[in-house]
Design a binder for this molecule. Structure first.
Ligand code: NDG
Length: 353
């Protein structure tokens, strides 16, 4: 992507700012994301949404805008400018009510950058884990009175374990011999865990765990902090849709308690940090405990294991499928990501049992 193109897309949106430059942000595996610096005080995040993965981008953007507006309504007496620095704010396209600009196959959207904010790829101290727990708890509380049926299912069956198993089983049938051999070490584990990994789904389907608005991609890099590491808001709300709290709780643990990044190849560096788990849980429960049922609370540890597992399974599936989903930068990238998550499950067992 070059500066001219980005400037063009940036200027399709309704703002008063003058483009100065851009930096590509490389942490996500799906969309293309750019920090846009302007000549003024307001900077932006410009994003090309991956329409191959997100089939209904208009619906996705509508979800994000509805949820942001709802979150903004929780603050009283704040001007739009203040709120832009507390909650994600999407900019409309010029002379339009749409919050996305489409050219050819590509969809773009623009958000106001929250100044003096930072994200983390891994967690270095338990204070951050605690804050991250509070931040997610707060997000879930503030969206709990939002009718989740107003939202589309951005990716149907996104965290549905049976769906992910069936994708994996198909991938096994179609994979090349080399990739199959490389994945073989994990096939027994995946089979052995099948029943346990369906427990949450069955409870959801039986209506024992309620469905509500969930974020669905709560890795630590999607929590925004200020320079003192106090939580500001959850970002990357592309996958906001109906779900159960276990998805969000578990997915966050997956990165917060991993002593390495999910791309780390040296598995010795990958262990489960129990201290961060406790700190995260404490922050989360401080916000949510009063509103969670006994059964929701009981299954929080299983949520952690289930969400680490589902990501291992998805990385492995994509590896078997020759890397059609996640962005990869080298041949066995997805296999390494899967190995990393399997190692984290192993360490989780050792520490939790
Ligand atoms: C992406 C995935 C998320 C996954 C993460 C791993 C989508 C839409 O990568 O599920 O946990 O880093 O597939 N998002 O963000």
């Amino acid at each position: 992507m070059d500066a001219k193109t980005l400037k063009f897309f940036f200027n399709q949106f309704e703002h008063q700012s003058i483009y100065k430059g851009y930096t590509e942000l490389n942490s996500g595996h799906i969309n293309d994301t750019f920090f846009i610096e302007t000549e003024g005080k307001t900077n932006y995040i410009l994003q090309r949404i991956n329409h191959k993965i997100f089939k209904d981008v208009a619906g996705l953007v509508n979800n994000k805008v509805l949820v942001s507006n709802h979150l903004k309504s929780k603050f009283s007496n704040k001007s739009d400018k203040d709120l832009d620095q507390k909650v994600l704010s999407f900019v409309k396209v010029k002379n339009s009510d749409l919050h996305y600009f489409k050219k050819g196959q590509d969809f773009w959207n623009l958000m106001i950058f929250i100044n003096n904010s930072v994200t983390h790829e891994t967690v270095k101290d338990k204070g951050i884990a605690f804050e991250a727990g509070k931040l997610l708890g707060n997000f879930l509380n503030n969206t709990s009175d939002f009718e989740s049926n107003q939202l589309i299912d951005v990716i149907p069956n996104f965290h549905d374990m049976s769906f992910r198993y069936s994708q994996y089983e198909n991938a096994l049938k179609n994979a090349s011999n080399v990739r199959l051999q490389n994945a073989e070490k994990y096939t027994k584990l995946v089979a052995d865990l099948k029943e346990e990994m369906h427990i949450l789904q069955h409870l959801k389907e039986a209506g024992e765990i309620p469905t509500r608005v969930t974020h669905n991609d709560t890795k630590i890099s999607n929590s925004l902090f200020d320079k003192n590491n106090k939580g500001i808001c959850m970002i990357d709300t592309d996958t906001v849709m109906p779900g159960i709290i276990h998805y969000d709780f578990g997915d966050a643990i997956r990165t917060i308690c991993n002593t390495a990044t999910e791309d780390e190849k040296n598995l010795e560096k990958v262990t489960f940090n129990l201290e961060f788990y406790e700190a995260y849980k404490k922050g989360f429960l401080e916000e949510t405990k009063a509103s969670l049922s006994e059964i929701e609370l009981k299954y929080l540890p299983l949520a952690a294991k289930t969400m680490i597992f589902i990501m291992a399974l998805r990385f492995l599936t994509d590896y078997l499928n020759n890397d059609v989903y996640y962005k990869t930068i080298y041949q066995d990238h997805n296999l390494d990501r899967a190995k990393n998550q399997f190692k984290l499950i192993e360490s989780f067992y050792k520490k939790m049992l």
